[in-house]
Design a binder for this molecule. Structure first.
Ligand code: FCB
Length: 441
């Protein structure tokens, strides 16, 4: 048996990712706070509440763990609604809290990667029509122009918007996120306005910090035609992938947004991406079904043989990860994995998920792809949007009653990977023995 060490490039960033609303607690001035108060919107009527209590300083405990766990980077987000609680009114105390947090993160030895918009909007933005309103892009840029000069001595890796397409699909097609609409025309407008917001924010950041690395985080959903022999399945797969996976990112390449039935030229989007942030979780099989008009003639399902997560939200599909990397590569910029992980409160599936995905990542790097970092979702269990506390993505668990952190076995597995900057042969043998055979071939 070969004991090959699967190493990663020198300087590779190993970290975890979080988002403000999911960890801070007491975020009472954004649209998710309103959504959580609306009956029927959140599983079990749960609320984010104190979340992981980061706003009171518990980020120190979690990120101290991250460092002890061998990580050298952390992806986090700041909350627009705290920084600009009212139009044009800046909350200096919140800005200082974020500065202190970032200074502390750097002092701990973690390189921060900062997201400026992760799903939440200030209530005043929401009341003005959110991102359906074209002015929101410029209001977003005004916030970016305020905060970037203040943080630029601490941060040089920025994510403008997290998963714009998930924001669009969940808020304006399936309706699980606020504002809970099912309106393709509005979805198109939001996509267009987010593209404008991203592009202008990209330029604003570079005006302050020419050397900055600026990108967005893309949730890439791998998709397979369910029946390889049936052309309509291929057609519906291409249609879905074009709107979900390609529309936003392609516009940054050629300036032409194509989404469902609509098109618009957005030349100012061209070239506004210094790297591609990839969030990858799973892969679907897609079938054409003339009876599912509501879901645009498609049926989606996981491979019946795939290992499924606790709530059936994720199937372990590491080959889909490779698909996402190949896709990301066509944009011609370096790649960072900005999220990847699985909901698993008992930590029975995470070790296998982690190892098999990092195996694909290492192979991709070995084949010549320029991939520079991996942020695991997440460091600690946190508030999973409309699924609330039913999904446990943390390397560390969280008792929401007591705020106690619970160390999961995956912490040690990830520790060895981060500190060795490699996928140790013993971890492969123990948690994904099927890969050992592949390596021997
Ligand atoms: C992603 C989100 C992130 C988290 C994970 C599980 O779509 O960006 O906030 O909820 O899913």
């Amino acid at each position: 048996m070969k004991q090959e060490t699967l190493s990663f490039p020198k300087g590779f960033l190993w970290g975890s990712a979080t988002a403000s609303h999911q960890v801070e607690g007491n975020n009472t001035n954004n649209n998710w706070f309103l959504w959580e108060q609306t009956p029927g919107k959140i599983t079990g009527g749960a609320r984010s509440g104190l979340a992981c209590d980061w706003w009171n300083g518990r980020w120190k405990e979690d990120l101290q763990h991250a460092v002890e766990d061998g990580q050298n980077a952390h992806r986090l987000s700041i909350e627009w609604s705290r920084i600009e609680p009212q139009p044009g009114k800046w909350d200096e105390a919140s800005i200082q809290t974020y500065r202190e947090m970032l200074k502390g993160i750097i002092k701990l030895g973690l390189k921060p990667m900062l997201t400026l918009h992760h799903f939440t909007d200030p209530i005043w933005i929401y009341e003005k029509g959110g991102w359906e309103n074209k002015e929101t892009s410029d209001r977003f840029v005004r916030y970016v122009e305020k905060i970037v000069p203040i943080l630029q001595d601490l941060v040089d890796m920025w994510i403008t918007i997290n998963e714009p397409t998930v924001y669009v699909f969940s808020g304006y097609m399936s309706g699980e996120f606020p504002p809970g609409k099912s309106d393709p025309k509005a979805a198109f407008q939001v996509m267009r306005n987010m593209l404008l917001g991203h592009s202008r924010a990209y330029r604003a950041i570079h005006r302050t910090q020419p050397q900055a690395m600026v990108g967005f985080a893309k949730n890439y959903r791998a998709m397979l035609p369910a029946r390889k022999w049936f052309p309509p399945d291929h057609w519906i797969r291409t249609f879905s992938s074009n709107s979900f996976n390609n529309a936003f990112a392609d516009t940054l390449m050629h300036g032409k947004l194509k989404f469902a039935l609509w098109k618009e030229s957005i030349p100012e989007a061209i070239g506004t991406q210094d790297y591609m942030g990839v969030n990858y979780y799973t892969r679907d099989n897609i079938k054409f079904n003339v009876l599912s008009a509501k879901s645009i003639f498609q049926e989606r399902f996981f491979d019946p043989d795939a290992e499924l997560s606790e709530n059936g939200f994720i199937a372990t599909e590491p080959v889909g990860f490779t698909e996402s990397l190949q896709w990301a590569q066509r944009y011609g910029v370096p790649i960072y994995i900005t999220e990847n992980g699985v909901e698993d409160s008992h930590d029975t599936m995470r070790p296998h998920y982690l190892i098999t995905h990092l195996y694909q990542l290492q192979k991709a790097i070995q084949s010549g792809m320029d991939i520079r970092g991996y942020m695991h979702w997440s460091q600690v269990d946190n508030f999973e949007w409309e699924r609330a506390w039913t999904q446990r993505f943390g390397l560390w668990g969280l008792n929401i009653e007591t705020q106690e952190r619970i160390r999961r076995p995956s912490v040690d597995i990830y520790h060895d990977i981060c500190t060795q900057n490699a996928l140790p042969a013993e971890s492969i043998a123990r948690f994904a023995p099927e890969l050992q055979q592949k390596m021997d071939e």
